[in-house]
Design a protein around this ligand. Structure first.
Ligand code: NAD
Length: 293
C-alpha cells in the first residue's frame, strides 16, 4: 500500500517537530496539533494547524502521537480523539509509553474499529532531524506493513512484535543507555581525577571494549563541550527506566543494577530538575565528587 498522503500528528515538541518536517519533506501533508501554541507556531507554513486533537484525525488514515507519556496519551484519547477515529484508522503511538497500558489501550481502540500500533523511537533530536531514528514497531503484521513506507521517512523501521512490544523494547533500550551513561561518567571522572584527559580517554575507549553510545556520542558531543543540549530530558529518562525496571521485576529477572540505576537517575533528576538535559548527569556526578581526593 502506498504511504498515506495526509496524516494527523499530535505532539509537536522536541521530537515531534523535526519528525513532522521529515514527513512533509517526503511529500506527506500533516494536520498538526499541540496544546502549546508556540509548538504549533514553530511549524508555521509547514503543517495544516488544527485547534483540537480530534480535529487532527479528520479524514486521515493515520494519526501519529508524539506525547510525553502514557498519562498524556490516554488523556488526549479521552478528550475526544478516541471517538473521532474513523473505522480503519491506524493510531500510531510513537511516544515512549508504558507497554501494559498500551495493550489495554489497543483494546479500546479496536472497539472503535481502529488499530493501535506502538512505534517508539531511538536516536534523539539529531536522529529525528536527520531521519535516522530507529523505530521499534509493535502491532499486527498487516498494520506494520502498511505503515512501513510512512515510518521509513523518519528512520530505520523494525517490526519487533505484537502491540506493546515496541514500548517494552524502547524502555529496555533506555535502561541500557542510562546505565551506560552512568558507568562511563563514573569511569571518565575517575580517570580525570587520576590525571587523564577526557578527550584522550574517549579516543582510546572508542576503539576498545568499554565503548557505548555514551562514549561515542553523548560525552564528545554534549558533555565535553559542556553544552548539555541533546534535547532529551532527565525527567523523561527516569520515566523510561522506571518502566523498564517494572518489566524486569514483573518477569522475575534479577534487576539489582536496574534498581540502582533508577535510584541514581531519580536523585539526579530531583536535584537537577526534570527539564534538565539528561547528559547533565555527568555534571551532577562531578558535583558529588569528593573534594581534596
Ligand atoms: P517534549 O516535551 O519536547 O514534547 C511533547 C509535546 O507534547 C510538547 O510540545 C507538549 O506541548 C505536547 N503536549 C503535552 N500534553 C499535550 C496534550 N494534552 N495535548 C497535545 N499536546 C500535548 O517531549 P519530546 O522530547 O519530544 O518527547 C516526546 C516523546 O518521545 C516522549 O515519550 C519521550 O520519552 C520520547 N523520546 C524523546 C527523545 C528525545 O531525545 N527528546 C528521544 C526518544 C524518545
Amino acid at each position: 500500500m502506498p504511504e498515506p498522503s495526509t496524516v494527523g500528528f499530535i505532539g509537536l515538541g522536541r521530537m515531534g517537530e523535526p519528525m513532522v518536517r521529515r514527513l512533509v519533506a517526503g511529500g506527506v501533508t500533516v494536520r498538526g496539533y499541540d496544546s502549546a501554541a508556540e509548538a504549533v507556531k514553530a511549524l508555521d507554513g509547514v503543517i495544516t494547524p488544527v485547534d483540537t486533537a480530534p480535529a487532527a484525525a479528520d479524514g486521515v488514515p493515520v494519526v501519529i502521537l508524539m506525547l510525553p507519556d502514557s498519562n498524556v496519551v490516554e488523556s488526549v484519547l479521552d478528550s475526544g480523539l478516541l471517538d473521532a477515529l474513523a473505522p480503519g484508522t491506524l493510531l500510531v503511538d510513537m511516544s515512549s509509553s508504558e507497554p501494559l497500558r498500551t495493550r489495554a489501550l489497543a483494546e479500546r481502540v479496536a472497539a472503535q474499529g481502529a488499530t493501535l500500533v506502538d512505534a517508539p523511537v531511538s536516536g534523539g533530536v539529531s536522529g529525528a532531524r536527520a531521519g535516522t531514528l530507529t523505530i521499534m514497531v509493535g502491532g499486527p503484521d498487516e498494520a506494520a506493513a502498511t505503515l512501513e513506507p510512512l515510518l521509513a521517512l523518519m528512520g530505520r523501521v523494525r517490526h519487533v512484535g505484537g502491540v506493546g512490544a515496541g514500548h517494552a523494547l524502547k524502555a529496555l533500550n533506555n535502561l541500557m543507555s542510562a546505565a551506560h551513561l552512568l558507568a562511563s561518567s563514573e569511569a571518565i571522572l575517575a580517570g580525570e581525577r587520576f590525571g587523564l584527559d577526557p578527550a584522550v580517554m574517549l579516543d582510546a575507549v572508542n576503539g576498545s571494549s568499554g565503548r557505548s553510545g555514551s562514549t561515542e556520542n553523548k560525552w564528545p558531543n554534549y558533555i565535553v563541550p559542556e553544552t548539555y543540549n541533546s534535547g532529551f530530558t532527565a525527567g523523561l529518562m527516569v520515566k523510561d527506566i522506571r518502566i523498564a525496571l517494572g518489566l524486569a521485576e514483573a518477569t522475575g529477572v534479577p534487576s539489582e543494577l536496574a534498581a540502582r540505576t533508577v535510584e541514581l537517575w531519580g536523585r539526579a533528576a530531583d536535584e537537577l530538575g526534570p527539564d534538565a538535559d539528561h547528559t547533565e548527569i555527568a555534571r551532577w556526578l562531578r558535583q558529588h565528587t569528593r573534594e581534596g581526593t
